[in-house]
Write a protein that binds this ligand. Structure first.
Ligand code: HEM
Length: 146
């Protein structure tokens, strides 16, 4: 499979909104895990470690993965984020993350982005970051399958 990339227009939008997303990423991931786990409480203990959630390790790991992957995708159109995501895929495989769960994560992550950034999330901004998420999820699902 070829390396995931962004359309030129999305890359431009992601590049210009990356600083504001990076500034708010800790708030976004905090809200994301709160709402995800409120609605899917069975994930705590079975998949997510309560200790890693309580001390913020899990939230920081997701925040850093999103920010570094987005930065890589916009820095160089030949960059391959799969290298960066390989250790994440290994962890996901160990806890048996399923492809369908990427839609659940998508829903809560984007709701958290809108909650934190409000009107800054124009349809164009939402579509561009959607492409980032799809690129990451697609690469992870592919790696987790292999
Ligand atoms: C694009 C989407 C996703 C990204 C960027 C992402 C990112 C990460 C990162 C960076 C880690 C930490 C890896 C490590 O510590 O080595 C992680 C672990 C984990 N992720 Fe994801 N993830 C995504 C989707 C999902 C989905 C859909 C699920 C399913 C509910 C999930 C469940 C988990 C679990 C259970 C862990 C391990 C927690 C532990 O080791 O205690 N992730 N993920």
């Amino acid at each position: 499979m070829s390396a995931p990339t962004l359309s030129p227009r999305s890359a431009e939008v992601v590049r210009s909104t990356l600083p504001v997303v990076e500034d708010s990423i800790d708030d976004i991931t905090a809200i994301f895990y709160r709402t995800l786990l409120d609605q899917h409480p069975a994930l705590v203990g079975t998949m997510f470690s309560a200790d890693r959630l309580a001390d913020g390790t899990q939230q920081r790991a997701l925040a850093s993965a999103i920010a570094s992957c987005a930065a890589l995708l916009v820095a160089d159109e030949d960059a391959d984020p799969r290298e960066l995501l390989a250790p994440v895929a290994r962890r996901h495989r160990a806890v048996e993350v399923q492809p369908a769960q990427y839609d659940v994560v998508h829903e809560h992550l984007f709701a958290a982005i809108v909650e934190v950034l409000g009107d800054a999330v124009t349809p164009e901004v939402a579509a561009a970051w959607d492409e980032v998420y799809r690129a990451m999820a697609g690469a992870l699902i592919e790696l987790e399958r292999s």
